[in-house]
Design a protein around this ligand. Structure first.
Ligand code: ZN
Length: 447
């Protein structure tokens, strides 16, 4: 890299994000502008095409799944959720979307939808549901968001420009902003901003659509009432486990009231239908056998968020006693060790997590990070390469590979990774580090 291109790069730092936003909007503008909302039939400002919704979905959902410790390895449970979701999706306004439904291993209570029809719920929320009608209501609500195009609407209003349009690079840049903070370096690239953007109107509409869809596919409207009851009572008893649920799907007394009311009036004739409690209990039996472990993880997460490492550790230890090969518990235990700078123990738990779930990426990142701290740079490089094989395209992996090469004093290889990182991310402490090294090595004639 020569001086001119470095200068150009510096100039680009300021303008690239803006350029990306403008050019993507321009591209979208030709395709769209105004579109008819599939649900309301009304024309609305729409700068995001259906193809883009699917593309955003495919780009972000694998990263969010990894942040949530991957999809369940309980195939029977996964296919039950997918089957139930697809049954409801058949009666929606956008039946042609590529819907797919998943269980993710996270233990906090939540469910979310990507704009192309990828929908996931956590182990935590499945454990809190009482019957299949409530599950249908949960999936129906998420389908409501997809069908009314809420994410695309928020993007068109410019509410989501920062993270979504900049793509993974922007998310990675934000993550790399806290180079000094260990927690941020251990963190994964999620899609939190993309998912936490619904308005209260969006929520009301998703509830109404969810209700319409579940009744249409044969369920009782009381499934939605039960879901709301559960969320309300959990909000009172376990507020910390509910934070994400309520930040992504704002709850309100009014929301609850209108669900109760439409169940009693508009959908009154469907009220007598079965709730399918036994069927739900049968299909979730294996999950419910993990209840104790999941609850210990929820408690541990609460302590970890407050940096009470010893308390968090004792909860995760209890979780592992019940479920010794639980990937989530192993990853959380590894993180807790690394946050206390216990690198070797942290690496050990990360390696156990890899064995428990070799197809999931997060554990490779953690052991790679631990190995960097232990100055095992070759080992770290191997871990980050494994991460890349499982989950490609994470700019942070480029940075850490560069860092490992730097530790090995392989400046040419390190420089190559840093350059590729800077092509994707131009802000934050990782970018500054990469940029400064490139400049330094160039001045010394090392690259
Ligand atoms: Zn919602």
């Amino acid at each position: 890299m020569n001086t001119t291109s470095l200068a150009t790069l510096t100039n680009n730092l300021m303008t690239r994000r803006r350029f990306l936003w403008l050019s993507s909007m321009a591209a979208a503008g030709f395709a769209a502008g105004c579109a008819t909302n599939p649900v309301t039939g009304k024309s609305q400002l729409m700068l995001v095409s259906e193809d883009q919704e699917i593309q955003i979905d495919q780009q972000y959902s694998p990263y969010q799944f990894s942040t949530d410790y991957g999809t369940t390895r309980d195939k029977a449970l996964g296919s039950y959720i997918d089957r139930t979701g697809k049954k409801i999706a058949g009666g929606t306004h956008r039946t042609h979307m590529p819907y797919n439904f998943h269980v993710v291993n996270a233990t906090y209570v939540n469910a979310y939808a990507f704009p192309g029809g990828t929908i996931a719920c956590t182990r935590g929320i499945l454990l809190s549901l009482e019957n299949e009608a409530e599950l249908a209501a949960l999936l129906g609500h998420e389908l409501g968001h997809v069908n009314a195009r809420h994410t695309a609407e928020q993007m068109s209003k410019g509410m989501l420009t920062q993270t979504v349009v900049g793509g993974l690079s922007a998310v990675a840049g934000a993550a790399g902003a806290g180079y000094g903070s260990l927690a941020s370096q251990l963190g994964q690239i999620g899609a939190g901003a993309l998912l936490a953007s619904y308005s209260r109107d969006n929520e009301r509409q998703a509830d109404a659509l969810g209700m319409e869809y579940i009744v249409k596919s044969g369920y009782s409207p009381d499934g939605m009432v039960g879901l709301m009851d559960m969320l309300n009572s959990l909000g009172k008893h376990k507020p910390s486990a509910m934070e994400l649920m309520f930040s992504t799907h704002p709850m309100s007394a009014e929301r609850y009231q209108s669900v109760v009311q439409s169940a009693a009036t508009k959908y009154k004739s469907a009220k007598g239908r079965p709730l399918y409690r036994e069927r739900y209990m049968d299909h979730t039996a294996r999950l419910r056998a993990q209840k104790k472990a999941i609850e210990e993880m929820q408690k541990g997460d609460k302590e970890l968020a407050q940096k009470k490492y010893a308390a968090a550790e004792s909860h995760y230890r209890r979780a592992l006693k019940v479920a010794p090969r639980d990937y989530t518990a192993l990853v959380l235990m590894s993180k807790t060790q690394l946050m206390q700078k216990k690198w070797a123990v942290g690496r050990q738990y990360a390696e156990m997590a890899q064995k428990a779930y070799p197809q999931e990426a997060q554990a490779y990142h953690l052991s790679g990070f631990a190995k960097i701290q232990l100055k095992d740079y070759e080992g770290a490089l191997a871990e980050f390469s494994s991460y890349d094989r499982v989950l490609a395209g994470n700019p942070n992996t480029l940075f850490f590979k560069g860092y490992a090469y730097e530790g090995m004093q392989k400046y040419r290889e390190a420089g190559g990774e840093y350059q590729r990182y800077l092509q994707a991310v131009q802000q934050g402490d990782f970018a500054r580090h990469a940029y400064q090294r490139l400049k330094e090595w160039q001045a010394k004639g090392l690259i």
